[in-house]
Design a protein around this ligand. Structure first.
Ligand code: DOR
Length: 425
């Protein structure tokens, strides 16, 4: 029997349309009630001036284990997640070997249990060995605990394979998370194709490379009735196609990353590979379209695409450096600074995209503070300002484009299953 009382906080839980000053009682790993007075609980946390929310969920994290432990491990990635306020993450299967067998799913779950940081939900490969040729053993992977399917890092390229996967997954009501990219259009590209890439004489990746496949995925989801989730949406065209598809009732959902709603291709004027990411950060109209999509609900989720790369890999010329940036420890600050403070989203709208929406898409019993739910809770200091410094990161990698920036808002205390797993300072 252990109990924690979080008192004096503003409790926001979009799953219950709740936004009020109250206390939250946690007992034996579950949410036990509200409006409770301090009365002999084992721990009492004073959350005056703080926001108390369901533990944040990031449905797009590259943990790199097995195979690339020099970039990240399950232990370091989940520690990074906690420091960012996340109590649940979904890990993407482009590991070495990729997560395409029951054994690899079980390995990740074992490593996560050993690390004992936050919850890890496994996204498994759509195709065997991520080769895009043969469907992976979907049924077995689900039996082992996979919650969704993706070949991210790369798209599910073969349209017939995509159609069959969508059809097959109908049986299990699981989504495919797709990285939309027509690779013939991006081949050799290092940044968004536009005026800036032309001025810099750098090979570009046009927005149409994303749009064409977004359109294909929507058509296939519409035809099959299957569920497709568009990862890291970055182009105005994709946002508009998803908006229209949703209006027609197509089962499409979408996520945007913090870098796509904060950075533009102007960053590449530095020629710094820290800004090299796929899909690329694009021109301002695309950034504004992503924000508009977040505002009107076209984009359901904010996910980081946390993509750690060891310093010696990332510090190469633009054409040789890998795509990707870390994101777990800056996401919340970027949401507060760039979406909430300017008035694009209010706190409940932003939090829905970081809690209940990803939980519903993944079909996981998380993202709520309802009485009886697992006590995954994040206490946020909404007003603290801080400077991004990778020396403070828990991630093994430091490929972060926000270094030196001042952000507002940070996770202060993170509780997983009723246990305090992270406390700042
Ligand atoms: O920038 C990216 N990095 N985009 C992806 O789709 C994959 C990721 C990675 O695995 O590094």
């Amino acid at each position: 029997m252990s109990s924690i009382l979080i008192k004096n906080g503003r409790v926001i839980d979009p799953s219950q349309n709740m936004d009020r000053m109250t206390s939250v009682l946690i007992q034996d790993g579950r949410i036990a009630g509200y409006d409770v007075a301090a009365n002999g609980q084992d721990t009492v946390l004073d959350a005056a001036g703080r926001i108390v929310v369901p533990g944040l969920i990031d449905m797009h994290v590259h943990l790199r284990e097995p195979g690339r432990e020099e970039d990240e491990t399950v232990a370091s990635g989940t520690a990074s997640a906690l420091a960012g306020g996340f109590t649940s993450i979904a890990c993407i299967p482009n590991t070495e070997p990729p997560i395409d067998t029951q054994g690899t799913v079980e390995f990740i779950r074992h490593q996560a249990a050993e690390a004992d940081n936050c919850h890890v939900f496994v996204v498994a490969c759509v195709s065997k060995n991520r080769e895009g040729k043969e469907l992976a053993e979907i049924g077995q992977l689900i039996e082992a605990g996979a919650v969704a399917f993706s070949d991210d890092g790369a798209p599910v390229y073969d349209s017939e394979l995509m159609r069959r996967a969508l059809e097959y997954l109908l049986m299990f009501d699981k989504p495919i998370l797709n990285h939309a990219e027509v690779v013939e259009l991006t081949s050799g590209g290092v940044m968004h194709e536009g005026l800036v890439s032309m001025v810099l004489a750098l090979p570009g990746m046009p927005a149409e490379a994303e749009d064409v496949m977004t359109g294909r995925d929507i058509s296939l989801a519409e035809a099959t009735g299957g569920r497709v989730h568009m990862m890291h949406v970055s182009s105005a065209g994709s946002v508009e196609m998803i908006r229209r598809a949703k209006k027609r009732g197509v089962r499409v959902t979408a996520e945007a990353t913090p870098h796509h709603f904060t950075l533009t291709d102007e960053c590449l004027r530095t020629f710094d590979s820290v800004y090299k990411v796929s899909p690329p950060v694009r021109g301002r109209p695309h950034l504004e379209a992503c924000i508009a999509g977040l505002v009107d609900g076209t984009i359901d989720v904010i996910a980081t695409d946390h993509a750690p790369h060891a310093v010696e890999k990332k510090m190469q010329e633009l054409d040789r450096a890998p795509f990707g940036m870390v994101g777990l420890e800056t996401a919340l600050g970027l949401v507060v600074t760039h979406l909430i403070k300017p008035g694009h989203l209010d706190w409940p709208q932003a939090l829905a995209k970081l809690t209940i929406n990803p939980a519903r898409i993944l079909g996981i019993d998380k993202g709520t503070l309802a009485v009886g739910a697992d006590a995954d809770v994040t206490v946020i200091d909404p007003d603290v300002t801080w400077i991004v410094n990778t020396a403070e990161f828990h991630s093994k990698s430091s490929n972060c484009p926000f270094v030196g920036m001042e952000l507002t808002g940070r996770a202060e205390t993170v509780i997983v299953d009723g246990r305090i797993k992270f406390q700042r300072g």
